[in-house]
Write a protein that binds this ligand. Sequence first.
Ligand SMILES: [Zn+2]
Length: 187
Amino acid sequence: MKTTGINRRNFLFGAVSLGTLAAATPVRAFEMFGFSGNKEPKASHGKAESFPFELTDEEWRERLTPEQYKVLRSEGTERSCSSPLIDVEGPGKFYCVGCGHLLFATENKFYSDSGWPSFYQPYDEHSVGTSTDYKIGYARTEVHCANCGGHLGHIFEDGPPPTGLRYCINGVALEYVKDEEAGEKTK
Ligand SMILES: [Zn+2]
């Protein structure tokens, strides 16, 4: 939760700074705390600092395969045309392999010829979050799981109607479940 993140930041900030701020004027201290509390926490990669589902780095490494970890936790990219999910059709849903969050549905999937599973929109407004990344020298829209923050891929503006968007997603970050098997899964 964002609030927890902000509170933790303030707490840490306060704990570290109380000694050094003893000599500072109250006004200055107030301004500094105000700045810390009112600004949206921002990491260098532009993502929010906290998500509803969080694990330690060690726990992620235990939970994920090395390939999944590379994509979800290190913003890696799987090899083009390597995902068996590129050709998946028929009613089904795609979940985050990191946390099980519902991300995409086959009804919003299309074949893009890009080498990665492609969707023109996520499952719903709670599925994914975005940030701006400059990893390869220019701005791209990065897309991640809204629940755990795991990196999924990027969004490009060359998709089909109705959105004109292409969510270019690493298949290794997804778990595909056919709708007809969904009942089995929850049993
Ligand atoms: Zn997730």
